[in-house]
Design a protein around this ligand. Sequence first.
Ligand code: NAD
Length: 503
Amino acid sequence: MSAVNETLIRDVVAEVLGRLGNNGATTTAKPAAAPSASVPKSESCGCGTRKVASAPALRGKFGVFATAEEACEAAQEAFLQLKEKGIAARRKIEEIVKAMAEKNAGPWGTIEYNETKIGRLDHKIAKLGLIKLVPGVDWLRPDARSGDHGITLEEYTPFGVVGAITPSTHSIPTLSGNIVNICAAGNSVVFNAHPSAAKCAAVAVRAYNEAIYRETGIENIACIIEKPSLDSFNALCKNEFTRLLLVTGGPMVVKAAMQTGKRAICAGPGNPPVFVDDTCCATRAAKAIISGASFDNNLLCIGEKQVFVLDHVADKLMQKMSENGAVKLNAAQVEKLTQAAFTITPGQGGGCAHAHTNKDFIGKDTSVLAQAAGINIPSGTQLLFGETDAMHPFVQEEQMMPMLPIVRVKSVEEGIERSLQSEHNYKHTAIIHSHDVENITAMARALDTTLFVKNGPSPAGLGLGGEGYLSFSIATPTGEGITNPRTFTRVRRCVMVDNLRIY
Ligand code: NAD
């Protein structure tokens, strides 16, 4: 018997044993293509291509693992399988994830909403329907140089296993978009989801893996740690197979990822300001602001979080916002809501007071906020707004609620200055409503954000009404921008000296 056949038999036996040990959980998926056992294996040669023990315990789990170690081993094995199966398998994975996210948008949006209890069900569903706008394999066109000395090719090649951290605010959408981008580039991925949005994430991971295994024979291309914790985060970051991190979340996780010593692509927090000058169309600005700030109850990191408006157009803007369905709170109502929505700690030794957002209000409907403010509002109201000063907690905190503070400013310079201050140097997103090209340019230069949207709602920056592609992971402090398959590649150069140039 040849060595090849022995390997094949060993793998088939291991797979069968793994499946028997999984309480019948594998009954739904049968590979139409060659099963993973028949994938030719690479020999061990360094971390990127190193083989794993391929224990039967890694089989039949469809990506859902108890520990980071198991998940990383399985993902490493899947990375090698994907390498063998090539670009066609990457395309298949992209196609499967995009189609399934859209097809399951209703049920998956619902389980995510029921688990997290934040945001809006209709928008949770809508976000899953958008995964088709994430770029894919075609994004990875190689760069070529052709000259007297031959041809040089630079290819975008994978790293191996990517460790990905996802937020509570869009668990399945972030995970789905991340799988498309990461696997289109030839990598596999292990997720540590937010603990309050981990069950729904595991449902999607299992379903994706079942379909991917059925169609390609590749097992565990996207893995998840079933009960994520800080310990599993640390174990994932430390694991020898984890080559790269993708972190989507707030300031704490960005800091933690940067301290791991691994390269981290960080999609960090935002607090997007909007500046409105007197050259804008007030109706268009009001409609855009309402639609951006109310989307998923303002959970989006790109969502409009505070508005600075020139004093002499403030009343007109607010009038247009009221005419288009937003409800204005008076000063007493804003104050009442502030007391409920923030815990304010007085500053020490004459320092500034610190406001901490009350989690019970994050991503909640306007009806919940209105009740706390002591106002009755029409059902279906999308957004509340009210006038505040520039240092108000609603302005300074990334509050993620459908309540927008409006601040009057005396000049364009003050509007830009206050926008810059309230963005806190996150370099994330800023929005302007203006037809004055000098004001637009001045704000773009001063804010220096990753996304800068002019005369539209914030989601236009992700191709939703503006030009461009979508990702739910916008790498801000580390600078990769709106992530795409190239973000997860190593650039490798291949040089042919003096030949292959055809002219
Ligand atoms: P979060 O920071 O509480 O959690 C995000 C992820 O990080 C979760 O998986 C969580 O378990 C983990 N985490 C948190 N603190 C950690 C720590 N110290 N060590 C290890 N892991 C840790 O954020 P959230 O409330 O789930 O999501 C909202 C935040 O994410 C906002 O700040 C928002 O701006 C940001 N966000 C950014 C983007 C982007 O593309 N830039 C996209 C979505 C959300």
